[in-house]
Write a protein that binds this ligand. Structure first.
Ligand SMILES: [Zn+2]
Length: 300
């Protein structure tokens, strides 16, 4: 069975090689420096080494304005030009004009229609399910997609059983901020867990959003720790992936983190990395956000 593992990173673009504003040039990232020899910059947007590919992906999609998460993520997970449908870049939640698209075209639903196994690995805490039960509907693109297509979301017990991951990789924030009694795991352990889950499914997705939060200048005091966890997680995924059976796609919806001189999103190209079995094919067919889903579906 061929497996695709998609890691969605919110708000990571390719920016200027300036250590004062771009954390990828300020800190040493193993998943960039050790794998590709250097981090990407606007002058070096295409990097490849040992079957790993890093390349820019257009988040603007011919629509004016700063790209946003609602339309960007809908474009990724549904393979449509969501800002064009909505008439503008919109976020952080999906735009009302794209709800039907989310229901019918989201990638989890697409795999299920083809009788293939897919899973959305993120778990959500009880407060999130209480929020939905209270009738509130402002959900992210992924959670709304799953809800609309009756795909159950993972809960705390799934994290305990090793079937899911918290959105911040290690469960540290769940333990410290939400008072859950969960083991805090190493990023490398989380990566191994994710690779095991991916090997049991045709398609597995994991969503990580702290990158966008850092870009909006939130959690600044925890910046180095958060980035270290993410780096170890991604490096571990890229170095332990079964290259004969699995394809890894790391992608983002718009720039933000790569330019900390501003608190808002950027016009920079979004970062995409592919590794594993069909890494080269994907690197050749993905030019903008709308092409990620079709490029993955073509592998099945
Ligand atoms: Zn944002």
């Amino acid at each position: 069975m061929h497996s695709t593992l998609l890691i969605f990173l919110d708000g990571v673009g390719i920016g200027q090689p300036d250590p004062s504003s771009n954390p990828f040039f300020k800190y040493h990232f193993k998943f960039l420096n050790d794998i590709f020899g250097k981090p990407p910059s606007l002058k070096n947007q295409y990097l490849s080494a040992n079957g790993n590919y890093l390349f820019p992906t257009d988040p603007l999609l011919g629509v004016e304005g700063l790209p946003q998460s609602g339309t960007g993520q809908t474009s990724i997970f549904c393979g449509v030009n969501a800002p064009q449908i909505a008439g503008r870049h919109f976020g952080p939640f999906p735009h009302s004009t794209t709800i039907q698209t989310l229901k019918e075209k989201n990638i989890f639903h697409e795999f299920r229609k083809r009788k293939l196994k897919s899973t959305f690995v993120n778990a959500y805490p009880k407060v999130f399910f209480d929020y939905i039960k209270s009738g509130k509907t402002r959900l992210s693109t992924t959670t709304l997609s799953c809800n609309l297509s009756n795909i159950p979301l993972h809960k705390t017990e799934d994290v305990r059983k090793g079937k899911a991951l918290t959105a911040e990789i290690t469960a540290e924030r769940w333990v410290k901020k939400l008072n859950y009694k969960l083991p805090i795991i190493k990023p490398e352990t989380a990566a191994r867990r994710l690779l095991r889950i991916a090997s049991q499914n045709h398609f597995t997705a994991y969503e990580y959003f702290l990158t966008d939060h850092l870009g909006h200048w939130r959690h600044k005091e925890e910046m180095e720790h958060i980035l270290d966890v993410l780096d170890r997680f991604l490096f571990s995924l890229m170095t332990n992936i079964d290259r004969k059976k699995t394809t890894l796609v790391i992608c983002s919806d718009h720039g933000n983190l790569e330019d900390l001189s501003v608190k808002i999103h950027t016009m920079n190209p979004a970062l995409t990395i592919t590794a594993g079995k069909y890494a080269k094919e994907l690197s050749e067919s993905i030019k903008d956000l709308t092409q990620i889903k079709p490029a993955i579906m073509k592998l099945y």
